[in-house]
Design a protein around this ligand. Structure first.
Ligand code: SAH
Length: 578
């Protein structure tokens, strides 16, 4: 059975400490810290630890110079409880007869007792604690290892921002003041702040409900709910940055509680910032740490439609998210809308993350956006992302360069301006060509590459363009690194038929070149082979998803403007040969 962890109020209590060794000294120190009155029992000729001796000299600790006797338990305590002591600490002797005797006696009299090194004789044990003002963290391993407990305590404490106790204090003050003011105005039935336990259920079902302007009932408690929400969602570091002045501003900004909640910034000097970042091909594990951090800390995220749902799931719930409403014919308007949203947020002093799929500068209009914001006085920080152009071939086991096979990589688009087929690259046997945005007009592209009748060469008059042989191996790779990744291996001759039969699963790209055969021998494989599922992380001790560190990170659906379809988690690669 695990023990019930509680926090005991000990102010004014009498703690009886048997012994005068260093442990007794430490117990006295703890008792004094919590406002109790320690009394030690030890013979007049006992060795007294020097720190303890000092405390005795200063009158902080009372030394009763004698052997323990049973009556001590019921005579040395507070008068108002008939002299019964509030707790007993036996600091030496372990399983000696005296310790056992004291323990039994205490149990009978329901006096909490702790005996050093004798868990069976204790009715309570002390936790390894971290104290920072009102913030207390206690660890117990239920007697399995005190060194380990202390290590765990240190690790946990080191994760907190420095002096976090001050922040706890400030937020507590704010809470109390809001409660008092609201209570005066409305006589609300909300429990008074001090009546709440730390283990009270954190959220009621209405916690995230939107408070509308005319919802007077909800507006009453709006400030309190706002405070609860920032405590729940803001990063601790940001909470730690709240100053007394911030609290004043926030409290005063409510002449009437129907005002909107004010924005408190972590520090007064925080500047507007725009980060243009790539989110990688799909799997959250392929985000860079820099981008992941930006996702966690931005106040508003403007995401491309292609940014996969698993990456969007990492966005903390408190963060505003807009997903580009790009659909055919609306791309420019959607782009303009997103840029304007970014600009508005910057003008309000917010941190904006413009999240793009793959790498922001590879077919992502990244530089246009860079120019847009720079020209308006906000120069973006640009963070790279793993581009699908290189990672999709990798996850399909295609090395785009390979000694004596290919020594060049060409990344190009399969869609020209206004949707026309672009000028196809000439045949270079040692080249791997990766075509992005190529699948919806695959047949036109393949025709142009292979010089199939009906497509005219756009020769430059000097050298005649060489066409790609129809037997050149190629692969269509879709949703690379996502659980529903699919690879179709074929040749330029059959790839169009393959995609027609198999259908499409965007986003996808086409890889053309002899590198497609380096790790895959096509012999005896028919016109095409289809491989289902992503197994790029199989065998690793993580499943390719970042651990979501708190439930606060999962977002309610309603906050997404647009949803990506959920995908089944198929970790087994399935192969189908046609
Ligand atoms: N900036 C992105 C590319 C944007 S263009 C990058 O660096 O990856 C969009 C095209 O990228 C899609 O049409 C598709 O061809 C390709 N693409 C993006 N993600 C992909 C993925 N997970 N698997 C395969 N192709 C992908």
């Amino acid at each position: 059975m695990t023990p019930l962890l509680t926090a005991l109020g000990c102010e004014g209590q009498v703690h009886l400490i048997i012994g005068s060794n260093p442990l007794a000294s430490a117990r006295c120190a703890k008792s004094l810290e919590v406002g109790a009155k320690p009394k030690i029992i030890a013979r007049a000729d006992a060795d007294v630890h020097y720190v303890l001796a000092k405390r005795i000299e200063q009158g902080e600790v009372e030394w009763i110079k004698k052997e323990f006797c049973d009556e001590d338990l019921t005579t040395l305590g507070r008068e108002e409880i008939d002299g019964v002591v509030d707790a007993v600490f036996v600091t030496s002797g372990g399983k000696s007869n005296l310790s056992t005797h004291i323990s039994q006696l205490c149990r009978r009299k329901r006096i909490p007792v702790n005996v050093v090194d004798a868990p069976n004789l204790c009715t309570f044990t002390l936790l390894s604690t971290h104290s920072d003002g009102p913030l207390q963290i206690g660890i117990t391993t239920s007697g399995k290892g005190c060194k380990l407990a202390s290590r765990i305590r240190r690790e946990i404490a080191s994760m907190l921002p420095p002096n976090f106790g001050n922040a706890v204090d400030r937020l507590g003050t704010m809470r109390r003041r809001i409660w008092e003011e609201d209570h005066k105005t409305y006589q609300t039935e909300e429990a008074a702040p001090e009546a709440e336990d730390d283990d009270a259920p954190a959220q009621r079902p209405t916690f995230n409900r939107l408070v509308s302007e005319d919802d007077a009932g909800a507006a009453k408690t709006r400030r309190m709910r706002w405070l609860s929400q920032i405590c729940e969602y803001w990063p601790l570091k940001r909470l730690a940055g709240i100053t007394d002045a911030d609290i004043e501003t926030m409290l005063q900004s409510y002449s009437s509680p129907t005002h909107a909640a004010p924005v408190i910034r972590a520090n007064a000097t925080s500047k507007p910032q725009i980060i243009l970042a790539g989110s990688g091909p799909g799997s959250p594990s392929l985000l860079t740490l820099a981008t992941h951090k930006a996702i966690q800390t931005a106040s508003i995220i403007l995401a491309d439609k292609l940014v996969p749902a698993q990456v969007l799931e990492l966005i903390p719930r408190r963060t505003t998210v807009h997903i580009a409403r790009k659909f055919p014919g609306n791309a420019d308007a959607a782009q303009a809308e997103l840029l304007q949203l970014g600009l508005d947020a910057l003008q309000k002093g917010q941190t904006v993350l413009r999240l793009k799929q793959g790498d922001p500068y590879v077919y992502g209009r990244g530089a246009e956006e860079y120019a847009f914001f720079s020209e308006r006085g906000f120069t973006p920080i640009v963070l790279p992302g793993i581009t699908s152009a290189l990672s999709a071939p990798l996850f399909a086991a295609i090395p785009p360069t390979h000694r004596s096979v290919t020594d060049q990589i060409l990344i190009c688009t399969g869609t020209g301006r206004k949707g026309a087929a672009p000028d196809p690259p000439p045949y270079v046997p040692t080249q791997t060509v990766v075509f992005l945005m190529a699948l919806h007009r695959l047949s036109l592209l393949v025709d142009a590459l292979t010089g199939t009748a009906g497509t005219a060469d756009v020769g430059d008059g000097v050298s005649e363009k060489k066409h790609w042989p129809r037997e050149t191996p190629c692969a269509v790779i879709e949703r690379a690194s996502c659980p529903d990744q699919r690879v179709i291996r074929s040749t330029l001759e059959h790839v169009v038929a393959a995609v027609e039969v198999e259908g499409s699963r965007p986003p996808g790209l086409l890889v053309v070149g002899w590198s497609c055969e380096v790790l895959h021998d096509p012999k005896g494989k028919g016109r095409w082979v289809t491989e289902e599922g992503f197994s790029g992380f199989d065998g690793m001790d993580f499943d390719g998803r970042l651990a979501l560190d708190s439930p606060a990170n999962s977002r309610p659906d309603a906050e997404l403007d647009e949803r990506h379809t959920e995908t089944p988690n198929t970790s087994h690669a399935l192969k189908q040969i046609r």
